[in-house]
Design a protein around this ligand. Structure first.
Ligand code: ADP
Ligand code: MG
Length: 275
């Protein structure tokens, strides 16, 4: 399908291990649009990404998610991928024994469907071209998926997957973390090259820096498991200059995090990686 996508999220609530993390989230993303979700650590951003993709640990308790009117929540993870959803994870997994080439070719073929598999020669040409764009060493093709990759190499590899899978709705979860300024520019170029009326983006980021390279159409602030404020690129700029405190003051929010018992409340920036 190559028509413009429309992802609609309505009143989404989700729990993990019995704790409610998403508390009624609304968002609509259409083809051609780039939405940024910004927010302090522990406000539910990665939970949103994982829930949209169908990670089995997260249980949706209320609300609806549709892509072009189709019920996403009813779809298995692979069906979501085939429908064109894609997530570049904040903490990509390492998979020993599966090479990057094996993984990508399987993913491409799963997306293309039976009888329409990509030929080996076309696959190799495609990989070579995209890896060159991302300034990745060709040897990464034959390494086990993400094994021993640096943080920045993993992020480039996520973008490589995005480039070859050509998803319709791209979710990037803190793709900027672990990237130095050159890598950030390369990754941003990759994303910008993919901007199209037939593709929508949800870019989750803690820092405004990435948005200097990828100009969003809409900026949303996430706190307490929901979107509490939305605006244009100027909102990201203000957050960069002034931090998040003014948003909390304006909305009367004392603690922006979600899902932690009070006795376990930890200061910002101490949320441990989960993958
Ligand atoms: P963000 O991406 O905004 O930093 P997360 O969605 O990662 O926030 O986390 C929000 C809350 O959900 C945190 O309190 C976190 O500890 C909790 N949480 C998320 N995933 C898990 C998990 N797999 N197991 C237990 N708690 C989780
Ligand atoms: Mg996160």
């Amino acid at each position: 399908m190559s028509s413009a996508p429309k992802l609609t999220i309505e009143g989404l609530r989700a729990t993990i291990e019995g704790k409610e993390i998403l508390k009624g989230l609304n968002l609509e993303i259409k083809g051609g649009e780039v939405h940024a979700i910004m927010g302090p650590n522990g406000t539910g951003k990665s939970t949103l990404a994982s829930t949209l993709m169908g990670h089995p640990k997260y249980e949706v308790t209320d609300g609806a998610v549709t892509l072009d009117g189709e019920d996403v929540l009813e779809m298995a993870v692979d069906e979501r991928a085939r429908a064109g959803l894609f997530l570049a994870m904040q903490y990509p997994s390492e998979i020993t024994g599966v090479t990057n080439a094996d993984f990508l070719r399987s993913a491409i073929n799963a997306r293309r469907g039976e009888g329409n598999e990509i030929s080996l020669i076309k696959f190799i040409r495609l990989m070579e071209g995209k890896m060159k764009d991302l300034e990745m060493n060709p040897e990464f093709m034959h390494r086990y998926l993400n094994e021993g990759f640096s943080g920045g190499e993993k992020k480039r590899n996520e973008i490589l997957q995005m480039l070859v899978l050509e998803p319709r709705l791209v979710i990037l979860d803190e793709i900027d973390s672990g990237l130095d300024i050159d890598a950030l520019r390369i990754v941003a170029n990759g994303v910008n090259a993919m901007r199209s009326p037939e593709r929508g983006f949800l870019i989750i980021t803690h820092y405004q820096r990435l948005l200097n390279y990828i100009t969003p159409d809409f900026v949303h602030v996430m706190m307490q498991g929901r979107i509490v404020k939305s605006g244009g690129p100027e909102l990201a700029q203000r957050l960069e200059n002034e931090g998040y405190d003014w948003v909390k003051e304006e909305l009367g929010i004392v603690d922006e995090t979600v899902g932690q018992e009070d006795e376990f409340k930890v200061p910002m920036n101490t949320t441990a990686p989960r993958y």
